[in-house]
Design a protein around this ligand. Structure first.
Ligand code: NAD
Length: 442
């Protein structure tokens, strides 16, 4: 099969590389020449574990190429995937579909010019209900004689574990309108199908809805446990024990039940916002999702107050070391990370902030002005008044707490990922320790 992937971001690049590893011939197209130049030089523009090796292997095998030339890229393609961004539209919270429609129009013209006999144009980007039908109209208008079908194939991979998620998915969702398109999509995913990974075929709208409903549900689960955590703090319960006890119930499950500083990232904030908008447009308010968004904003603000309390009521003049700023470990993605709310509050309150993150600096430097970047947690805490763990990178999971405490001016820790415990902190000589949904000491 010949596959074209439009967009080489977190989703497009991983999908393109994995499809080529399935044995398909893949052309990855991006309009950003700097990205394509990097890729052609064998460099991966994002941080995603394992991606560089898998990419090199498939480039070497001649199955994977990168170009900015969309017209050349789609020639002879059986399927063209749209994996461009769908960020939140400024002002109204809706998904900005301008990149998707622009790509659809370009693809239509290029496929027609190339004389492709039949092409399935597949939306992999997360798009609101009705978008795929609209994409079909855009294509028809741009290339009235083109023989094509549209398909909706939302992506569920998680950054940081993206290759495994793509290669061993819980399910693949394919929304189609014709048997012909379904057959092409079956062929695309045949290697997964042969290994018994479930592929479910739906109509276009259900596929679009599955993605939003899944993300909103996961955001709800995280937010639920974060709210329970706040109550645990006031009542003496320990949220780690509570989520363990809850998660053992097969109906609930233990995933996405870890209390933390609020959800962030490239998907949950924008997808919950878009779902809320879709609901409003159809006069079916998404009350639960809207509440989740509001509660999550409050969770992030609660973190600021937690750190302020730890700093005896004021950030002014304090030196604070922040460990981790990406929205989760094993990614360099900073989009909507809780750190973008929390760190500026510390800086704005007059603190001197030192940040350590294994991959966050490249994006983070522009997003977090006024902080000092370092690469060693022990250096960052030197004479500091507090240390805040914001992202649970492996590098921060087994810190020598004694060494850390000794270096600090006053040994205070806000462990916003519940990596350590009050007992660990006390034993190591910390003067104060707070975490989420558990008893600390100050
Ligand atoms: P991204 O911003 O990392 O990448 C998008 C890429 O598309 C960029 O490289 C951009 O240059 C390119 N692009 C935009 N318009 C183009 C055009 N007309 N022609 C060629 N290239 C073009 O985005 P992402 O994080 O990969 O997300 C893509 C989509 O996948 C979004 O809809 C997102 O919601 C969805 N998604 C993302 C994740 C994730 O973890 N990041 C997971 C599942 C689904």
């Amino acid at each position: 099969m010949k596959i074209t992937m439009i967009g080489t971001g977190y989703v497009g690049l991983v999908s393109g590389v994995c499809f080529s590893d399935f044995g398909h011939d893949v052309v990855c197209v991006d309009r950003d020449p700097a990205k394509i130049e990097m890729l052609n030089a064998g460099k991966v523009p994002i941080y995603e574990p394992g991606l560089d090796e898998l990419m090199a292997k498939n480039v070497e095998a001649g199955r994977l190429v990168f170009t900015t030339d969309l017209a050349a890229g789609v020639t002879g393609a059986d399927a063209v995937f749209i994996a461009v961004g769908t960020p939140t539209r400024r002002g109204d919270g809706h998904a900005d579909l301008s990149f998707v429609y622009a790509a659809a129009e370009d693809i239509a013209k290029a496929c027609a010019e190339a004389g492709n006999p039949y092409t399935v144009i597949v939306t992999k980007s997360t798009v609101p209900l009705g978008t795929n039908r609209q994409v079909k109209q855009v294509i028809r208008k741009a290339a009235p004689d083109l023989v094509f079908d549209v398909a909706s194939n939302p992506e569920f991979l998680r950054e940081g574990a993206a290759i495994d998620d793509f290669m061993k998915p819980d399910r693949v969702v394919v929304g189609v309108q014709s048997d012909r398109a379904a057959e092409v999509m079956e062929e695309v995913y045949r290697p997964l199908y042969l290994r018994d990974f479930p592929i479910i075929t739906t109509d276009l709208e259900s596929a679009e809805m599955i993605k939003y409903a899944a993300n909103a549900f996961l955001a709800t689960k995280i937010t639920f446990i974060n709210e329970i955590a706040a109550l645990c703090e006031k009542t003496g319960a320990d949220v780690k024990q509570v989520s363990r006890g809850m998660g053992m119930d097969g109906r609930i499950g233990n995933k996405f039940l870890h209390a933390g500083p609020g959800y962030g990232g490239s998907c949950f904030p924008k997808d919950t916002s878009a779902l809320a908008r879709i609901g409003q447009e159809h006069a079916v308010p998404m009350h639960i999702t809207e509440t989740v968004m509001r509660v999550n904003d409050g969770v992030k603000l609660r973190m600021i107050e937690k750190v302020r309390d730890l700093c005896e009521g004021s950030f002014n003049g304090k030196t604070i070391a922040v460990l981790g700023v990406t929205f989760k470990p094993n990614t360099d993605d900073m989009r909507d990370a809780p750190s973008l709310t929390i760190v500026p509050a510390l800086v704005g309150g007059g603190a001197k902030v030192r940040v350590v993150d294994p991959q966050g600096a490249r994006e983070g430097k522009a997003l977090l002005p006024g902080v000092q970047w370092g690469d060693d947690p022990y250096k960052a805490v030197q004479n500091a008044d507090a240390v805040v763990i914001l992202t649970e990178w492996n590098e921060f999971r087994a810190l020598d707490l004694k060494k850390l405490a000794k270096k600090m001016a006053s040994a205070r820790m806000a462990d916003l990922r519940n990596i350590y415990s009050a007992k660990d902190a006390k034993r190591a000589g910390f003067d104060a320790y707070v975490s989420i949904g558990r008893q600390g000491f100050e």
